[in-house]
Design a protein around this ligand. Sequence first.
Ligand code: PLP
Length: 410
Amino acid sequence: MKINAPLLNTIAKKFGTPTYVYDLDRIKHQYRLFCEAFPWPTLKIFYAMKANYNISVLTTIKNLGAGIDAVSPGDLYMALSCGFDPSKIIYTANNMKDTEMEEVAATGVLLNIDSLSRLEKYANAYPNTKVCLRFNPGVVDGEHDKIKTGGDLTKFGILLEDVNKVKAITGKYGLKVVGIHEHTGSGLIKPDSILNAMEQIFSIATRENFPDLAFLDFGGGFKVAYGPDEVPVDYKLMGAQVVERFSNFCSSYGKELELRFEPGKYLTAQAGQLLVEVNTVKHNRNRTICGTDSGFPQLIRPMFYDAHHTIKNISNPEGKPSVYDICGNICETGDLFAKDRFLPEIRENDILSIQDAGAYCYAMGGTYNLRPMPAEVVVENSKAFLSRKRLTPRQLIDLICRESTDINRL
Ligand SMILES: Cc1ncc(COP(=O)(O)O)c(C=O)c1O
């Protein structure tokens, strides 16, 4: 099922580097695995498109029947452009401003409100409408401090203890709370986090508090193994426990609710890789430093989260192994994809594949140092297609100049 090295080398030759490659068949496989792991009759997946908003990826996920978790007007318009029905989109922005709320409400998409202050403003502007509420489950987990979203020290969600304040607002304005949402963090590492978060939500999602519920949404955070030593999570076991508890909850609530999740990483992380070319090999005393034609603005996870990404030398896989530091081309010392990696001999012009780069990689990218973002190629049924082209530096600058109002001074 993996994209083979000859095809990757052909892609690098044909489309140049740096280039992201997404395996659409792997995304479909992950989606099926997820559905099998959580066998609830009305399971609904709302893909967290912040992980990867490539058009071909979104279209694939739409065709599988998923909805979308959107977090900005840009996300929302992208999802609508890809043909997602507004009824299959949930809008979960953090620290939303009034104009944003109005823009989203005009599309008919359900808003997921995550503060008392925004709830009051929403209720005032749209009384007697449907709404979803994001609570903070008070459970702290995630594979890095920067992506732990639960716990009262983070900026996300309404505290569970404020449920009566919520009810006062929803009651006063006749709001119909159709969903309760939580998201604990990304890359949940403690096996019980999701169950603990569910219990917290169950404690407030009573008929007495919220009689109109249609769904509970337990966010994303499903960890994938990035490093060779990481043990993959047993999602079948987790799914069975989740479904059992949800079933008990629905019995006590007196209605079979939809069970919603918003996986991002789980669907796309392992389906992506970034192909880069080595242009400089430098022997600095006891270190061998390989410089490539990409950099941290194009794949920031190692620098931002100390994340591990496996790297393969796909053009010299049989070379004699040695230890290398793999760097980018950006003017920052921290511009490093990996340190002390034991890899087949790396020569100038070799092509390296940075693996598991399908989530929070291109999507978190930017053009620092004014280097255009990589191209994006998708592979389906062993055939490769260019999904998004790489701008030339000249095209990037033309774009910036066109958008600049002070162009006359150039
Ligand atoms: C509200 C919400 N839902 C879903 C996700 C997706 O998380 P993951 O990609 O870890 O599944 C995130 C990511 O931060 C999020 O903030």
